[in-house]
Design a protein around this ligand. Structure first.
Ligand SMILES: [Zn+2]
Length: 442
């Protein structure tokens, strides 16, 4: 039976390879991977055959584009047809040790399984740049059960010697009071929820910046990658806020560092491509497009050229100041293809609107984007909530400045509604925030 070699993942030197070394390593792993998936998985053999490709055609990174793309819809259909885990599982069933599901909102969740080998690599990846160690207390604010990022984060922190506090089941006030008592050195949660806790802490008289937290890790939504949101988080928590980034389907990918918000992608584990979402053709380096990942090491559910539906651009400025030389996604994730709003011939991402709304201190954290009118004549309304205590004449002036900010950022005509405090429901749980409301009549 065909097997992949055993790779080293724990070595931090893998993040500091020269471009030539990295290309050579990726090319060697890609050759191994295409042979492996062709021999070990009916799914990939079928796709290769349909595309008229054999593993021997792939001798290096320049041949990557001859491999077929793979989409989430295909994987969902394959799992339905070949239950329970799909015909793209390469590892023998007896070697599987972990079961997860994707947390996405479209279609049925994907089942993600890991061999002991692959899960070990996941934890090695977390431990390669340990954020915590012995003496640290790390508190997880959201649910962990069955989710890859939080599970890997918690197991990785425990393996690194930290104490792990799983607080996902507690109510928000209890979480804050527990923080006040046990003084975690790091906490992690979604950006929306971390913002909500800032206000709640103020309300119940807990001084978050005084708690001595060293790192706040924002996960699960682009949040902390939007500069205005990140600033609110850093001000409110009074500490460094990092963005963690990953997808259940692929290996844990990375995050920002103290020098940069660009997401550092573990390039010994995946190849990163940026393509035009419509044509699938690569875009010029530095231009925005859909991120496509090719898994280089995992043997369980290996994915080649997996289309993420996320939009970003590659950093073009060589290595990061921290020494990282792999692929970095600049401006983080600009949005999801699925979230993109086509509006009167222009496309816009909710995160662009978020960036404007949250740069105004007079506004609360919540906002809503309402698309109304009809399919042919849509209207766009941005609803934002004022902080308490804004006088009527200040409101007119605020509205004026906000309107200017929005039209500079999104360049489409929109209506603006400034709402009294407490109108929109707060993001008081870890559930994914839904900020785009489509009320169009067809
Ligand atoms: Zn860096």
């Amino acid at each position: 039976m065909v097997m992949l070699p055993d790779y080293t993942v724990l070595d931090p030197g893998l993040e500091r390879l020269t471009p030539a070394q990295l290309r050579a390593l990726q090319a060697e792993r890609l050759r191994q991977m295409v042979t492996y998936v062709y021999e070990a998985t009916p799914f990939w053999r079928r796709k290769f055959d349909q595309a008229g490709v054999v593993p021997g055609d792939i001798s290096g990174l320049e041949d990557l584009a001859s491999l077929p793309f793979c989409t989430k819809e295909e994987l969902q259909a394959d799992q339905a047809e070949h239950p329970p885990f799909g015909s793209y599982v390469g590892a023998d069933r007896t070697r599987l040790t972990k079961f997860m599901t994707t947390s996405g909102t479209t279609g049925r969740p994907l089942r993600r399984v890991f061999s002991g080998r692959d899960w070990g690599y996941v934890l090695d990846r977390f431990q390669r740049n340990p954020r915590v160690g012995p003496g640290d207390i790390t508190m997880t604010l959201g649910p962990v059960d069955g989710l890859m990022g939080p599970t890997a984060g918690a197991e990785g922190a425990a393996r690194a010697g930290a104490m792990v506090v799983l607080a996902g089941l507690l109510d928000s006030k209890t979480k804050l009071r527990l923080m006040e008592e046990i003084r975690p050195t790091s906490v992690n949660g979604t950006a929306s929820y971390l913002l909500y806790l800032i206000d709640l802490a103020q309300e119940i008289g807990i001084n978050l910046p005084g708690l001595g937290i060293k790192v706040v890790l924002s996960v699960g939504e682009p949040g902390a990658a939007v500069p205005a949101t990140r600033k609110r988080l850093m001000d409110g928590w009074g500490t460094f806020v990092n963005d963690g980034y990953g997808m259940t389907e692929i290996f844990p990918l990375g995050g920002g560092c103290r020098h940069s918000t660009a997401l550092h992608i573990a390039s010994d584990l995946v190849i990163t491509e940026i393509v035009d979402p419509d044509s699938g053709e690569p875009v010029a380096v530095g231009e925005p497009g859909e991120i496509v990942y090719t898994n280089l090491v995992g043997d369980t559910q290996p994915l080649l050229r997996y289309r993420t539906r996320d939009i970003a651009r590659l950093a073009t400025d060589g290595a990061c100041a921290c020494g990282f030389t792999g692929a970095r996604l600049r401006d983080a994730i600009e949005g999801r293809v699925d979230d993109m709003i086509w509006f009167r011939g222009a496309n816009l991402y909710p995160s662009a609107i978020e960036g404007v709304v949250r740069s105004f201190d007079e506004l609360g954290h919540e906002y809503e984007i309402v698309i109304g009118g009809s399919g042919t004549l849509p209207t766009l309304t941005i609803r934002a909530e004022m902080r308490p205590g804004i006088e009527e004449d200040a409101k007119a002036e605020l509205e004026q400045r906000l309107r200017q900010g929005l039209s500079a950022a999104v360049r489409v005509r929109s209506r603006l509604e400034l709402l009294p405090p407490g109108t929109l429901s707060p993001c008081d749980t870890h559930a994914k925030a839904h900020r785009v409301v489509d009320k169009r009549s067809s």
